[in-house]
Design a protein around this ligand. Structure first.
Ligand SMILES: [Zn+2]
Length: 350
């Protein structure tokens, strides 16, 4: 076990904020703040079913995943042109850099846009240009993961992959998101096999609301390298053992879980249990504009709600986020070194 410098408890919130970290579970459409939704609606002449920013924000009282998705797709309807995707991603990356995110792997849902007649090129090129400019101007590293919507058919996913083929050098992998229950991973076995043949990394949402069987399916059928959410794994000891032994990361999103009632309250979240079982758990924001906070809010609020979480857990979570990323080994080592420096800065006299 690494010997960490002693961190006085009162310095833990500052340490969590200052710590370098990778964010691996962020849906870029979920970073659209109400102000930007209305600004883009005006710019593009799109009518919204909400009178204004405050009414839209009030509608963010979700009861489950589906109640969120309904509003999420309405919000995404303002995105029409390459510049819209660029502006959205630059806004997120600026916020992330402010939270000391050194690397982000960003999900995007092309089917949400291509179904409205937006060209695949506009989506991917806008996001890709934003990642390149943010890297140049803010020093944050970012890459893109194309997510298939699981409530649609596998044929639709194949058509989406086909449209993205000329742009595959601009994405690092594929994922699977949207309504989980009733749409098990097995539904997408063939398209994920094709993506793996193409050399893409594969991840999948599983075990957010769905049962442990969906996590097994994501691992065994889709060959997912990371599980997004995965918090329901605790109900299956054999699965917990496998996730720990194979070091399969979970991208956990505590504020999302609270907002969508996966846990009744943050104080009942199982993050500490996952870490204590030796799982490669990470902390992420999911859809920060909708769930009440960006990645640092997730860290500080979760540590405040779960006093059992310690500075060692903070160290583990940041280190896990680097390990779990698809970044180059040299980058991971450099970020780990920055993490050590950050801990040394926050240490008390020990
Ligand atoms: Zn998600």
């Amino acid at each position: 076990m690494v010997k960490l410098p002693p961190i006085p408890p009162e310095r833990l919130p500052g340490l969590l904020a200052a710590s370098p970290k990778a964010e691996l579970h962020i849906h870029i459409e979920g970073s659209l703040e109400p102000e930007m939704i209305f600004a883009l609606a005006r710019r593009n002449g799109v009518a919204l079913p909400y009178a204004g920013v405050e009414e839209l924000r009030r509608a963010y009282a979700f009861t489950d995943l589906q109640s969120f998705l309904d509003i999420y797709y309405a919000g995404a309807s303002v995105l029409l042109h390459e510049q819209d995707f660029y502006d959205m991603a630059r806004a997120y990356l600026a916020r992330a850099a402010g939270d000391n995110v050194v690397h982000a792997e960003i999900f995007f849902d092309p089917q949400t846009h291509t179904a409205r007649g937006v060209a695949m090129e506009a989506v991917i090129n806008g996001l890709y240009r934003a990642c390149a400019d943010a890297r140049a101007e803010q020093g944050i590293s970012a890459s893109l993961i194309l997510s298939f919507l699981r409530h649609l058919s596998e044929d639709d996913a194949f058509a989406t992959l086909e449209q993205a083929m000329p742009l595959l050098d601009r994405i690092v992998g594929v994922g699977l998101d949207s309504s989980e229950l009733g749409h098990p991973p097995e539904k997408f076995a063939r398209v994920f096999a094709r993506c793996r043949e193409l050399g893409l990394h594969v991840v999948a949402h599983a075990g957010e609301e769905g049962p442990p069987a969906y996590i097994w399916g994501a691992l065994d059928v889709l060959k997912a390298e990371r599980i997004d959410h995965g918090v329901q794994a605790v109900h299956d000891p054999a699965l917990m053992l496998r996730l720990a032994q194979e070091r399969i990361p979970l991208t956990v999103c505590p504020l999302s879980n609270q907002k969508l009632c996966v846990f009744p309250d943050l104080s009942r979240h199982n993050l500490k249990q996952l870490l204590d079982a030796g799982l490669v758990a990470t902390v992420n924001s999911d859809d920060p504009a909708y769930f009440g906070g960006y990645v640092n809010d997730n860290f500080t609020q979760t540590f405040a709600a779960l006093p059992a979480l310690t500075a060692r857990d903070a160290w583990q979570l940041a280190g896990n986020s680097f390990e779990a990323s698809f970044a180059a080994a040299a980058d991971k080592r450099a970020w780990q070194h920055r993490l050590e420096e950050c801990f040394a800065r926050h240490a008390g006299r020990g």
